[in-house]
Design a protein. Structure first.
Length: 287
């Protein structure tokens, strides 16, 4: 099927391009495009996208560019290019098991009610978890040339490849944010890799992972993991060492940041103090 397609850009991006305070953050979108495409002169090639043939340009979706600030990330000023998932007609199941807030609360409480003071909690974030995952079925999108930084245009010679109405058409060969099937593809690959090291996902509780022989379990929410463990060896050798060969991670050994929550752990008193710094200020500004 074919339909009229628009290239939708978040209002925050348009403001960022014009505002001197944020234009430097917006300029980082070139880095994001390089990561998704075939690299830039300062990046390694990942070979994720290529220009598609003319006869496949009817099967396209739009692009959203999102600017956000994430203080818990290594690079807090984030520009992310996402696919318009509502225009994707994926024929298979796209449901992805993920931990909910109830499971996170139970994990926190089970940690604090354990009589063993040596039991610890840490959090782990997998970088680019949805990206670069192989896809058996390719998807297609188009992006407005004027929304692509000049250095990216020059590197890929996009001005010569753009259509008369100013769009560049792209074949998506690997995972991107916004793809309905992206989460399931990424998690199936993670599960395949962790199964080899003794980890498995609970059949009854979505998002809860355990180990066959080690006293370690964790809740997975998209690319964030909250991990309860008894021995440092369990966390390092049996989990972190199982992930790092395939993914770049950020490891918070004190478990202070997980799914946007800030936690202060008092293992001796068996207490955890949870807060959302800045939430009230943001809510007041919004309403």
């Amino acid at each position: 099927a074919s339909w009229p397609v628009e290239c939708k850009i978040a209002g925050a991006v348009l403001d960022a391009k014009k505002n001197p305070e944020y234009c430097d953050v917006w300029s980082k979108s070139g880095k994001e495009i390089g990561r998704l495409a075939e690299g830039l002169p300062t990046q390694c090639s990942s070979n994720l996208m290529t220009i598609i043939p003319q006869d496949r340009r009817k099967d396209v979706t739009y692009v959203r560019i999102c600017v956000n600030y994430r203080p818990e990330k290594e690079d807090p000023n984030r520009v992310r290019i996402t696919v318009g998932g509502d225009r994707i007609n994926y024929p298979g199941d796209v449901g992805t098991p993920t931990a909910d807030m109830l499971l996170v609360k139970l994990l926190f409480n089970s940690q604090q009610h354990c009589l063993n003071e040596r039991r610890k909690f840490m959090s782990l974030d997998i970088s680019n978890f949805y990206l670069n995952r192989p896809m058996k079925r390719y998807e297609y999108m188009r992006m407005k040339l004027t929304d692509i930084p000049e250095d990216v245009q020059a590197h890929y010679n996009l001005k010569d490849k753009a259509t008369k109405d100013g769009f560049v058409y792209v074949e998506i060969r690997r995972g991107m944010y916004g793809l309905p099937q992206g989460g399931l593809i990424a998690q199936e690959l993670l599960e395949k890799r962790l199964n080899k090291r003794g980890f498995y996902q609970s059949k009854y509780t979505p998002g809860l992972w355990l180990h066959r022989t080690r006293n370690i379990q964790f809740a997975l929410v998209v690319d964030d993991s909250g991990i309860k463990y008894a021995k440092d060896e369990d966390a390092q050798k049996y989990l972190i060492d199982s992930i790092t060969p395939f993914y770049d991670i950020t490891n918070d050994k004190e478990g202070k940041r997980f799914i946007g929550l800030t936690s202060e752990w008092d293992y001796k008193k068996r207490q955890v103090h949870i807060s959302l710094p800045g939430y009230v200020v943001k809510a007041l500004a919004r309403f």
